[in-house]
Design a protein around this ligand. Structure first.
Ligand SMILES: [Fe+2]
Length: 228
């Protein structure tokens, strides 16, 4: 009977986009640069990002000069997210326009078009028993880009499914709102190398520890929307 009744439901909550880097060469280059940063022990303190990051992770490093080599390659993905936001929520950028109006005194009618700026870019080398506790980012839009996810983590996760009442090791987990009946409050994903996840910077997320060998390597960054 219910099959003949048309229905629809509301999309709800933060706009989170999952996609994949089309060019594996960029992923390889990010990984190469990350490993170089790590080797550069002479500049270890300068590139050490841990004081700014929530991760219980020993090796987290800033990338440098990303506007030259990374931004042009990543721009299509940011633009994809921004275009999608317009459809998802028509007034997505109202608060940015208001922010500009307050900062510059220029009425919204004569403000320049929306632009974006990558504020920071860093790499996390997550090793066995390290984790990223619940945290959020600064900026307007953030992303995670996965450079390496060892097969062992996926197998470990699958092997203990149902043993504990949680998503398991190595998953990227987003929490939003209350966990209430008939409502989805959590989204999780076992990433693969090349995956990109883009989300509002305020959205709380975390990664549980794994025990298997290898490093789960991810790049993350924060973007601010602005009008020049
Ligand atoms: Fe994060």
């Amino acid at each position: 009977m219910s099959e003949s009744i048309e229905y629809w439901f509301s999309y709800w909550g933060p706009y989170v986009v999952h996609t994949r880097f089309k060019d594996p060469a960029v992923v390889a280059e990010l990984l190469e640069k990350a490993i170089e940063q790590r080797k550069d022990t002479g500049r270890f303190q300068q590139l050490d990002a841990r004081a700014n990051l929530a991760g219980q992770i020993d090796e987290e490093f800033w990338y440098e000069d990303w506007n030259d080599w990374f931004v042009p390659r990543f721009a299509p993905y940011v633009n994809l997210y921004l275009e999608g936001l317009k459809d998802y929520k028509v007034d997505s950028f109202e608060h940015i326009y208001t922010r500009t109006e307050q900062a510059t005194g220029k009425p919204q009618q004569i403000q320049a078009k929306l632009e974006w700026l990558l504020d920071s870019l860093w790499v996390n080398f997550q090793k066995p028993r390290e984790y990223n506790p619940p945290h959020h980012h600064t900026g307007d839009i953030s992303f995670v880009l996965f450079l390496q996810v060892p097969e062992g983590i996926k197998k470990e996760n699958e092997a203990i499914k149902g043993v504990h009442n949680n998503e398991g090791p190595g998953m990227l987990i987003f929490d939003f709102g209350e966990h209430l009946p008939f409502s989805i409050g959590r989204a999780s994903q076992m990433p693969e190398a090349g995956d990109i996840v883009m989300f509002p910077s305020w959205l709380r997320h975390y990664v549980s520890a794994f025990k298997s060998e290898g490093e789960r390597i991810s790049v993350s960054g924060n973007i601010t929307l602005c009008q020049q």
